[in-house]
Design a protein around this ligand. Structure first.
Ligand code: TRP
Length: 460
């Protein structure tokens, strides 16, 4: 992505802008975080709440961010200051910048696990583990890896340096082209695994866990977790998508684009659940252990599904982890962009310097988050280690708060004509759903997010 305003280039094709935006949205949020949270929060009931949050809260917010970004034609922090002189609203952009940096600090740790698993897949380690014949070996393998004092930190630093290099080179548009190719490929590989998974041994139990809602599991904090996850997975509530929308052309239909991105994102999350839960049940892993099911159940899936064709399980596991790394990389770049663009513009420093500052600080805090699964695991607050604390604070505090502020901003402070023009492309398209979206942003979302937020945190 090019952030030079005098040379503000646009996505050339409709499918290009959808896939590039979906590239930011689809990442570890769908494939790693969603199954963990669904496992901990009652499966089907969580999925239902999640889908409701996506439709009623996530999509309108995404449309709102698109409208801000395409109108202001600039990055997050700048877009908000361009549109308002209110001090509080100006600070929403800055809050988004901080949240982006904060999420990146622990996101990068999980990205590093994905990179390690990609290399393990190449080295054929999973088939070696399969020879032991006990599925629990994958859980032990994962725990040993993340608690190792050196390896995960090394990979964390390696991953952020790879992203840094790509950002510095300015080949982000190249990455977007790459994403256009890789996203459909990821989708196809996941679809194949989904179909296989439906026919495995534990499928019945796994699928009914994911699709049969057990409402006794729902509490206010479950709703807060579901809402935070919808924000996380769709890359919303911190203004990240403003930057993307500033590259949309005049003809892009904002409402339709948001719907398509939202559908792709949700389908990927559900597919991830369908692939993982049957495997979790058939291998008798604890579904609510909070452990990263993707890294424990999936290697097992690859070995089981293609057990009579080991070469196929070898190839598919390499392909899957490769695509996971790519999906993660596009999300990391979109997260990195927000603080980088802000530093460069606000302090009038070069992009190179700004990128380096973000990379350096993320390295530092990323290493601390990574170590908190091993040597630093004794440092806890409310029973959470530093890594879990970063996850909790961003998912259940910063993103819900950001969503609330953005809804209030778009619904109450932004000029109505601007929104109308953005949603109907200056009256040239009908902009179906525009009035519902504006209504949701103005009344429903501020009230409901505030209620969910306060009750989820046991404040009311
Ligand atoms: N949505 C990405 C994922 O699911 C993560 C992400 C990228 C993100 N940019 C964001 C989350 C902005 C919140 C805000 O993996």
């Amino acid at each position: 992505m090019n952030n030079n305003h005098s040379n503000h280039s646009n996505f050339t094709s409709k499918i290009g802008l959808i896939l590039a935006t979906a590239g930011s949205a689809v990442g570890l949020g769908n494939i790693w975080r969603f199954p963990v949270l669904a496992g901990q929060n009652g499966g089907g009931a969580f999925l239902l709440l999640y889908i409701i949050c996506v439709i009623l809260i996530g999509l309108p917010l995404m449309v709102g961010e698109f409208a801000i970004g395409r109108h202001a034609q600039s990055n997050t922090a700048h877009a908000f200051s361009k549109l308002t002189s209110h001090k509080i609203f100006k600070n929403i952009g800055r809050f988004g910048v901080f949240t982006g940096w904060f999420i990146l600090c622990y996101y990068i740790v999980v990205s590093a696990w994905a990179l390690d698993y990609f290399i393990d897949a190449i080295l054929g380690r999973f088939s070696k583990l399969a020879e032991e014949g006990d599925a629990q070996i994958y859980a032990t393998y994962f725990k040993d890896f993340v608690s190792n004092p050196y390896l995960p930190v090394g990979y964390t630093i390696l991953f952020i340096l790879i992203s840094h290099f790509i950002i510095i080179q300015g080949v982000k548009r190249g990455i977007e082209k790459f994403a256009k190719l890789m996203m459909p490929l990821l989708f196809i590989v996941m679809l194949v695994l989904t179909v296989f998974s439906i026919f495995t041994e534990g499928a019945h139990e796994g699928l009914s866990f994911l699709f049969k809602p057990d409402f006794s599991k729902i509490t206010f904090s479950t709703i807060l977790v579901a809402m935070g996850q919808a924000f996380f997975s769709m890359s919303i509530a911190m203004g990240c998508l403003c930057t993307f929308a500033s590259y949309f052309n005049k003809e892009a239909n904002l409402i339709q684009t948001a719907f398509k991105v939202g559908i792709i994102d949700t389908v990927v999350a559900i597919m991830s659940g369908i692939i993982i839960f049957p495997a979790v049940f058939s291998a008798h892993f604890a579904v609510d252990s909070g452990a990263s099911l993707v890294f424990i159940a999936l290697p097992n899936v690859f070995q089981q599904v293609f057990s009579h064709l080991p070469i196929l399980s070898y190839i598919v596991s390499i392909l899957f982890y490769f695509l996971l790394v790519i999906a993660t990389l596009t999300s990391v770049i979109s997260l990195h962009e927000v603080p980088t663009a802000f530093l460069a513009e606000h302090f009038k420093i070069s992009r190179k310097k700004a990128t380096s500052i973000v990379t350096f600080t993320v390295c530092l805090f990323g290493a601390i988050c990574s170590l908190s699964n091993g040597p630093l695991s004794d440092y806890t607050l409310y029973g959470k280690n530093i890594f879990d604390l970063f996850d909790f604070l961003s998912g259940q505090l910063f993103l819900p708060l950001g969503g609330l502020l953005i809804a209030i901003f778009v619904g109450w402070s932004m000029n109505k004509t601007i929104i109308h023009n953005q949603l109907t492309n200056f009256g040239t398209i009908p902009g179906r759903g525009a009035s519902t979206i504006v209504f949701l942003l103005k009344y429903f979302i501020p009230v409901i997010t505030l209620l969910i937020f306060l009750s989820g945190l046991n404040i009311i």
